[in-house]
Design a protein around this ligand. Structure first.
Ligand SMILES: N[C@@H](CCC(=O)N[C@@H](CS)C(=O)NCC(=O)O)C(=O)O
Length: 209
């Protein structure tokens, strides 16, 4: 049985969303954030204290995008992946990793220095700097979507989950003011998927256990 350690709306949401898209059964453990402080026993499970932590038999992963790749490759075939012999393969790999490395990392820094730290630890200048970096990078997503419903291969794939999570976090961080009308439509397209709703519902139920 797959087990996913999670915190509400953290990067582990990407993994829950993909598991729901694939229709796989899994156990979800939703912990208060940040787990390494709120659940010190969690460090016995994942010494770096982050979520996601994903367990499937002897396989253990802590990187949300690696987990997306694991899920589609281990449990496919599925249209959620793009194969090396498809024309959009390189483009797909780029967006898959862009979602975390290029979009979510500046968001996480902004979150830390604008919202999470106690007030005396906040660094408004650093947060603003990363807000500008993020809004600039968002324009690349907008450009890639010109004339398209999804980022790659004319279909929904895990690249959309990777980037879609950054759009979801943008709303929490009040960065959705940078969404163009077409980016807003893309976000609405992604977030109206039944699997997106199912993952949201699972995390809500799991947090109450
Ligand atoms: N690159 C990793 C980042 C994992 C990560 O930093 N997760 C955050 C939550 S979104 C976390 O656990 N932060 C808690 C902490 O650093 O203590 C991924 O994509 O999964």
């Amino acid at each position: 049985m797959i087990k996913l350690y999670h915190c509400r709306d953290a990067r582990s949401f990407r993994c829950a969303w993909a598991l729901e898209e694939m229709g796989l059964s899994y156990e979800l453990e939703t912990m208060p954030f940040p787990p390494r402080i709120e659940c010190p026993d969690y460090l016995q499970i994942n010494p770096i204290g982050t979520v996601p932590f994903f367990v499937d038999g002897n396989s253990r992963l802590t990187e949300s995008v690696a987990i997306l790749q694991y899920i589609v490759e281990r449990y496919g075939p599925t249209s959620l992946t793009v194969l090396p012999d498809e024309p959009d393969y390189a483009h797909w790999l780029e967006w898959l990793h862009f979602g975390e490395a290029t979009l979510t990392v500046p968001q996480a820094i902004l979150l830390r220095y604008r919202f999470l730290k106690p007030e005396e630890g906040q660094l408004p200048g650093v947060a603003l700097h990363f807000e500008k970096i993020f809004s600039n990078r968002l324009q690349a997503v907008d450009a890639a979507l010109t004339g398209k419903s999804y980022l790659c291969s004319d279909r929904f794939t895990i690249a959309d989950i990777s980037v879609g999570y950054a759009l979801m976090l943008s709303r929490v961080l009040q960065l959705d003011k940078y969404f163009s009308p077409s980016l807003q439509q893309y976000w609405e397209r992604l977030s109206s998927r039944p699997a997106f709703f199912a993952a949201k519902h699972r995390q809500k139920v799991s947090a109450q256990l």
